[in-house]
Design a protein around this ligand. Structure first.
Ligand code: RNT
Ligand code: ZN
Length: 420
């Protein structure tokens, strides 16, 4: 796209939006503040860098064998750098504990320390990224029977409690070194393929383990805890200990953030409609922006109705400063770096559209019971020239706009990933 074209389209968009009382420059400035957390696990199919650990377990699955996945920490960092170079704005990287820099050593999960993540912190500092963190309670022999923090065996529960406490401390140190609150998310795979008789026992165990984990009081200025529910996983179809009710109850009772993963609910249940309720009872929310398709909760995020609804709900609730936005998908069937760029750009476009909504007029229609007018304006707003604003935003940040980035990804594939 030629810059002349971009500027012309932007000038038109500015006038068009001004006619509706919308300040385009302000919408751009607000969107620019939205830091999206890029999940490191898209680049290598959730494999990580633990010595001798190759198997992904825990009811999550990556399908596809597109060539070029990151095999080393250096490759994964290079891939994230490439993706970041095609995304306007300043963003975060979301690490999982199994991505530590273990230097060929076998370090079990109850032994990890900040030193295993120091090279990530240094890299992030060098590149200007902020980091988030996750305990890894899957892909491990002590989670092989499907249970971790809720296990019947107290020794196994203890092992995972120790792991998560260590992860929370690592997150705290990340926050300290990078000068930005690190969000630590807890998702556990615990559940069962077939019927469980004593559901209460497992939920009581999980509650007790979480209580122990949070006995370590971290510094709220450096890190924040979040807890993530799920409806079912592959191999945990009949029972998941950490259900929505479980974590919503725990989070509200204990003032913890709740993670809403877009792929973790019934197929017709949406997370967008949960935001305005949860925000009344929890201080902040973490989103795992994902796209569920039939049994899979983790397809690449695209600009679909639900993504738009999520962004609208946050903007309409004026809650951009209380919602943390992370991505969570893994697709091994297409270019993995391209997948990141598609997902982040789609998310930004959804927020930009929401920020450009003619909200004053819409609210006034609603307050006056003018429901036809409300629906008509909502429909018209869909085809306002928001894409011209996004292209302009990309170009002011020196980022390849629109579909032109496809060839950047192709070039990286030719020169880098296809040679792996
Ligand atoms: C799994 C959860 C969880 C994971 C990551 C890898 O269903 O969504 O967030 O995707 O922790
Ligand atoms: Zn998730």
């Amino acid at each position: 796209m030629k810059s002349e074209q971009i500027n012309q389209a932007f000038e038109y968009a500015k006038t068009r939006y001004a006619g509706l009382g919308i300040d385009v420059e302000k919408a751009i400035a607000d969107m620019d503040k939205l830091s999206i957390s890029l999940h490191c696990w898209q680049a290598d199919d959730v494999k990580g860098f633990e010595t001798g650990n190759d198997e992904l377990t825990g009811g999550i699955q990556v399908t596809g064998n597109y060539p070029g996945k990151a095999r080393t920490i250096a490759e994964l960092r290079a891939d994230i750098d490439k993706a970041m170079s095609l995304i306007p704005g300043e963003h975060r990287v979301n690490l999982h504990a199994l991505y530590g820099d273990f230097g060929g050593e076998k370090v079990d999960r109850d032994q990890i320390e900040v030193k295993h993540f120091q090279s990530w912190i240094d890299w992030a500092k060098d590149k200007g990224y902020k980091l988030d963190f996750n305990a890894t309670c899957f892909s491990h022999e002590k989670s092989a029977d499907g249970f971790t923090l809720s296990h019947r065996d107290p020794a196994i529960r203890e092992f995972w409690v120790e792991h998560v406490i260590r992860c929370r401390k690592i997150a705290e140190e990340i926050g300290r070194q990078l000068g930005s609150k690190c969000i630590h998310n807890i998702w556990i795979p615990d559940g069962s393929k077939d019927l469980i008789v004593d559901r209460s026992l497992y939920r009581q165990n999980l509650k007790n383990s979480l209580d122990k984990i949070f006995e370590y009081k971290s510094n709220d200025e450096l890190m924040l805890d979040s807890i993530e529910c799920k409806l079912f996983g592959i191999g945990s179809e009949s029972f998941v200990v950490g259900s929505h009710e479980f974590y919503m109850g725990y989070g509200i009772a204990n003032n913890k953030m709740i993670t809403l993963d877009a792929g973790h609910f019934h197929p017709t249940e949406v997370i967008s409609d949960k935001i305005s309720s949860l925000l009344l009872f929890t201080p902040e929310i973490l989103l795992h922006v994902s796209r569920g398709v039939r049994w899979d909760s983790d397809h690449v995020v695209i600009l679909n109705d639900e993504l738009q609804a999520i962004a609208q709900e946050i903007i309409r609730a004026k809650a951009l400063d209380r919602v943390h936005v992370g991505l969570d998908f893994f697709d091994a069937s297409i270019n993995r770096i391209g997948a990141y760029v598609i997902g982040v750009r789609a998310t930004q476009k959804a927020f930009l559209q929401a920020l450009l909504e003619p909200s004053a007029q819409l609210n006034s229609f609603e307050a006056n019971g003018q429901n036809f007018e409300r629906l008509a304006l909502l429909e018209e707003a869909k085809s306002l020239p928001w894409a011209a604003v996004y292209d302009y935003y990309c170009s002011t940040k020196g980022i390849t706009p629109a579909e032109d980035y496809i060839s950047d990804i192709q070039e990286y594939e030719r020169n880098v990933t296809s040679k792996r």
